[in-house]
Design a protein around this ligand. Structure first.
Ligand code: SF4
Length: 683
């Protein structure tokens, strides 16, 4: 029982967006064990290998412990004063050369809410630009855009405790067994209790073997697949007519569009047999309380926002959102705080709490709290920052906790952008691929070494507490942002993380009821939570949707093809994603002094393709696209369909993101990581 546990620091896992509550045991200033909290609201006593065991990076000899400054082409250790002085001079020079919009910052979905709040406040109030973005641009920006357009708010519609009670789960473009293992286990628990399961994913992901039906669409054909399911719902009368009449809009246009998506035509586009499509639609359509859970297989496409919206159509047609007749549409967030980084306004067009920078009322609310004017022109998105750096318009870029040279698409172009930018500042734990190209590298604290909050995938604020101090001279990002502002001769207020969250609540009503004190008492509080005396809302839209007219909006976007297709030169489609033991660029999970799991970067390919291209299991292969080349080790198996290959992006040395293209979601600029035409060459 908990009574037998050693004294520990309670915190929230800093890897994926599930938000497991962990008890961190220390001795002599070092972490000796990480235990999943039995009363953790999401994890209920469970954790995956990442949360439990991959804390060895804390004491890695590769940790950055002093600031580094580039001199004569080499990065050399310097004191904080010298590093901060260089940053301040560089920022002032960029402001003098190009004005506020010549400066940009990429904030971090690994950092706390309070750190993200402070970064965007620094950019807007000290620099005077909206050029601030975070890595949700690269993963769930289509969720924010799509869910907002369909329902009015960017978050998932239902709490996961309810989702788990669903009698039919539609899991789309996600591999929770590997990427969100605690959620994967809870979904499996639902299925073992009798819930129906439809999995839609090109790969035979872990949940697929438990599915009633597994749909394997060709990568890039999601919108057609979802329209096919919607077609069957309409054709077979599996819709909620009262809900559609009273609470939705757009049915006529969608009905007209769906006439073009009968199962046979959808089968031609997607490769999914028409009979399977009908079976899946009936399972979802006839369930009492269906729920949709989805991942980056929906968003990371040329038409990712259309994918989210056409998936949301299914819940609207069924009346399974905002009612007791279903548990809505719920994105699985990849990084630990990708929801919170966006909630806090680390976005070029949105302020904390999602007020639009172009809206004078939203700006006035922020200006009343901050006491300075807020720029009204939307800033640059991450890909636009790199483009502006290449053309010389961007003169200074601060990259916080993202290894953009390893994880952003078309990585050769990203590297060229950083090389062209007169000042690149990088806040990091390790000398990442990005840090290697920076002019100044600032050593910062990890999630186990700092204070604040994260927001998990089902909108719960939870506390983050330091279990050990950061090494050497490393500081929290919170302290570093304050220090840079101070070096610029400016102040940001909010001296503590608790004060920063309190200030955020004053300009973002949806978070006004959340505070560090309350979280210390209650453990977790979901937003919206407008009142410190009332619980937050786990289920959204009970009374009305948050759209201007209070209705859910059906989308009638047609299927459009992806940016790349297989051809004679590049006959295979590469899909990238996560493995169970690693997190993003692997900077933490590859450096465990205690344990390193899955240490080799593998390319999964089907036996037919292995035979066709003379690839042998366990041997090195070269992968080439129109954009670059990578080296991996082949793993032959049937999890990946013939004509497709799969690999992770956890090993920067492999160069996988040199392969991926610049194609991006037409609404949000989210990269199309899931469809790259490649060829494989046996070595
Ligand atoms: Fe939980 Fe995700 Fe951390 Fe694993 S990585 S322990 S599932 S929060």
């Amino acid at each position: 029982t908990s009574a037998h546990r050693p004294p520990a620091t309670r915190t929230t896992c800093g890897y994926c967006g599930v938000g497991c509550t962990l008890d961190v045991v220390t001795a002599g200033g070092e972490v000796t064990a990480v235990l999943p909290a039995r009363d953790g609201p999401v994890n209920q006593g469970h954790a995956c290998v990442k949360g439990r065991f991959t804390h060895g990076f804390l004491t890695s000899p590769e940790r950055l412990t002093r600031p580094l400054l580039r001199r004569g082409g080499r990065l050399e250790p310097v004191g904080w004063e010298e590093a901060l002085g260089h940053v301040a001079r560089g920022l002032r020079a960029a402001l003098a050369d190009g004005g506020p919009d010549a400066v940009a910052a990429i904030s971090s979905a690994r950092a706390t809410n309070e750190e993200n709040y402070l970064v965007q406040k620094f950019m807007r109030t000290v620099i005077g630009t909206n050029n601030v973005d975070n890595c949700s641009r690269l993963c769930h920006s289509p969720s924010a855009a799509g869910l907002t357009a369909s329902f009015g708010l960017s978050g998932g519609t239902d709490g996961f405790d309810d989702v788990e009670r669903s009698d039919c789960l539609l899991v789309v473009g996600a591999n929770p067994v590997e990427a969100h293992p605690v959620v994967g286990a809870r979904l499996l628990r639902s299925v073992l209790r009798g819930a129906g399961l439809v999995v839609a994913d090109p790969r035979a992901v872990g949940l697929a073997e438990h599915a009633d039906v597994h749909l394997r669409p060709r990568p890039g054909t999601n919108v057609a697949l979802f329209h096919g399911l919607a077609h069957v719902l309409l054709a077979e009368g599996l819709t909620d007519e009262e809900f559609l009449r009273e609470r939705a809009t757009g049915l006529d246009r969608l009905t007209e569009l769906l006439a073009d998506y009968p199962p046979d035509r959808v089968a031609d586009i997607t490769g999914v047999p028409a009979a399977d499509l009908v079976t899946a639609a009936r399972l979802y359509g006839e369930a009492e309380c269906p729920a949709i859970v989805y991942g980056l297989g929906v968003t990371e496409h040329l038409h990712g926002t259309d994918g989210v919206r056409s998936l949301a159509n299914l819940a609207i047609l069924r009346g399974a959102v905002g009612t007791g007749r279903g548990y809505g549409v719920n994105p699985l967030r990849g990084q630990n705080n990708v929801q919170g980084a966006s909630d806090m306004g680390a976005l070029p067009d949105l302020l904390p709490g999602y007020g639009r920078v172009v809206d004078p009322t939203a700006r006035a609310r922020a200006e009343a709290v901050w006491g300075v004017p807020v720029p009204g022109r939307p800033g640059l998105r991450i890909p636009e920052m790199f483009a502006a750096a290449r053309t010389g318009e961007l003169r200074a870029l601060w990259v916080i906790g993202e290894d953009v040279c390893a994880t952003d698409p078309d990585a050769n172009e990203v590297a060229a952008a950083l090389d062209a930018c007169p000042l690149v500042v990088c806040s990091e734990l390790f000398l990442s691929e990005t840090a290697r190209r920076a002019d100044v590298v600032l050593p910062v604290a990890s999630w186990l070494e700092k204070d604040g909050t994260f927001v998990n995938f089902d909108r719960r604020f939870q506390r983050v507490r330091p279990a050990v101090p950061p090494p050497g001279e490393a500081r929290s990002d919170f302290d570093v942002v304050h220090a840079v502002a101070s070096a610029m001769g400016a102040g940001l207020g909010c001296p503590t993380p608790a004060a920063a969250l309190a200030e955020c609540g004053r300009l973002a009503p949806a978070f006004a009821g959340v505070s560090h004190d309350r979280l210390d008492r209650e453990g977790a509080v979901p937003w919206p939570c407008r009142d410190p005396g009332r619980p937050g809302e786990t289920k959204l839209y009970r009374d009305r949707f948050a759209t201007a007219d209070g209705r859910a909006h059906l989308s009638a976007a047609p299927y459009l093809p992806p940016g790349e297709h297989p051809d004679d030169d590049y006959p295979l489609i590469l899909v990238t994603g996560r493995r169970w033991a690693h997190y993003n660029s692997g900077s933490m999970t590859r450096r465990g002094a205690n344990i390193v799991l899955d240490p080799v970067d593998l390319l999964d390919l089907h036996p037919d393709d292995a035979h066709r291209y003379a690839v042998r299991d366990g041997e090195p292969v070269t992968l080439e696209s129109r954009h670059g080349r990578a080296r991996l080790v082949a793993r032959i198996g049937e999890q990946t369909a013939s004509g497709q290959v799969f690999c992770s992006f956890h090993f920067p040395a492999s160069g996988v993101n040199r392969l991926t293209s610049g194609h991006a979601d037409t609404v949000t600029s989210c990269p199309e990581y899931k469809v790259t035409a490649v060829r494989v060459i046996a070595s």
